[in-house]
Design a protein around this ligand. Structure first.
Ligand code: THU
Length: 139
C-alpha cells in the first residue's frame, strides 16, 4: 500500500496551480488545474477548457488524461486538483470515473478531507473489470 509521504505534494500542488493559470473558463470564471504523478515517475497536468456550448466543457481532469495518454500512457499514482484560489478541489463525479480508468491500485488523491484512495472517493466503481466479468459469462 502506497503511503502519501512517498510523494512530493508541494511540487504537485504547484504544478496544478500553474496548470490552473492556463484555464480557459470565460463562462464560469471558475479556473481549475490538476496535476498527477504516473507510475513511471512522470508528472502530468491539465486545466479546464470551457465551450460556448456549455455541456461540451472539458474539466481539468480531461486535459490531464489527454496529457497522460499523449505522453506515453501509464497509470496515475498521486493526484491533486485546485481551484482559482489555488485551494484543493474535489474532482467532480464524472472525473472520479475518468481518473479511475487510469489509476494505479491505491491511487492517492489530495482531497478537502485529507489524502484518500481512489476506492474511497469512488466506492464499488464500475470499470474494465466489470466488462471482463460480463464477457466471461457470455463466452
Ligand atoms: N471543473 C473541473 O475542471 N473539474 C472538476 O472536477 C469540477 C469542475 C470545471 C468545469 C467548469 O469549467 C468549471 O469547473 C465550473 O464547473
Amino acid at each position: 500500500m502506497t503511503h502519501p509521504s512517498e510523494f512530493d505534494w508541494t511540487t504537485l500542488r504547484a504544478t496544478a496551480r500553474s496548470a490552473m493559470e492556463r484555464a480557459y473558463a470565460p463562462y464560469s470564471k471558475f479556473a481549475v488545474g490538476a496535476a498527477a504523478l504516473t507510475d513511471d515517475g512522470r508528472m502530468v497536468s491539465g486545466c479546464n477548457i470551457e465551450n460556448a456550448s456549455y455541456g461540451v466543457t472539458l474539466c481539468a481532469e480531461c486535459s490531464l488524461v489527454t496529457d497522460l495518454i499523449m505522453g506515453g500512457g501509464g497509470l496515475l499514482v498521486a493526484f491533486t486538483c485546485v481551484d482559482g484560489n489555488g485551494d484543493t478541489l474535489m474532482p467532480c463525479g464524472r472525473c472520479r470515473q475518468l481518473l479511475y480508468e487510469h489509476s494505479a491500485d491505491g491511487l492517492i488523491l489530495d482531497t478537502v478531507s485529507g489524502f484518500k484512495t481512489i476506492d474511497e472517493v469512488l466506492p464499488d466503481a464500475f470499470g474494465p473489470r466489470q466488462l471482463d466479468v460480463y464477457r466471461e459469462t457470455r463466452a
